[in-house]
Design a protein around this ligand. Sequence first.
Ligand SMILES: [Zn+2]
Length: 290
Amino acid sequence: MAKNWQHTTFQFCTALLSVVWLLFGAPARADETQGVQRLYLLNCGESETKDVSMWSPGVDVGKPREFSDSCYLIRHAKGLLLWESGVSDAIAALPDGMVVGNGILTLHGRKTLRSQLQELGIAPTDITVLGFSHFHGDHVGNANLFTAATLYIQQAEYDAAFGPDPAKFNFNPAFYNKLRDSTMVKLDGDRDIFGDGSVVIYSTPGHTPGHQSLLVRLPKTGPVLLSGDAVHFRENWENRRVPARNFNKEQSLASMQKLADILEREHATLWINHDKPQTDGLAHAPQFIE
Ligand SMILES: [Zn+2]
């Protein structure tokens, strides 16, 4: 009898432990040992224009439009990757924002990048891998914070940004000159960053000489393609429109086709950095996307 009782108690405890394991201990999330674990979408600025036709020549002339400006913090089993760094944190201190491009665009900083990282318990020096779609000021505004990271950059973008005449490409070295001595991986094409296919840089020149896009395989959401400024908003994507201020229109059109092919092949979702309606519909940090 006593033995039976002991046995029943043992069985009960084992069953209870299993339930506790299932509820609290089981790996409820994606595999933490490999691939991309999660992505934090950060608000890295907002902007507005009085005339959107600068981005869609001949279309919607004189009509205003608001843009989002996103940064993407990607936690991979092998490191912490920051893609884009938004407008300079200094702009967040200006109540009316900053007018740029001969009055074409007003930039705002709603929250500093530094404070958003801090909220997640992340210091700029914790970022191990760094990349930008391109070197315009609304993407490299806080680049100088991340000198500890390895920078992935297309050779063509490097030559333009760190060469003799960055202003010719509308680049401002004050935002990124501290990266000159960073560890760099210079690319001439596509690159699988971690070697497991989970985060892949695609060369998509045109907007600037070495513009690049990023495919991220999220564990639950599936693959997303971060298009940077290869396209600026959905209507331009659907109509293959290239903005007036652009390095090479033919390259831009070819890059859009390349992105379309990747989307089809990978069954990926396109996330357009400056498309505010799309960005507003996504969860922002401190929430994360798996
Ligand atoms: Zn931009």
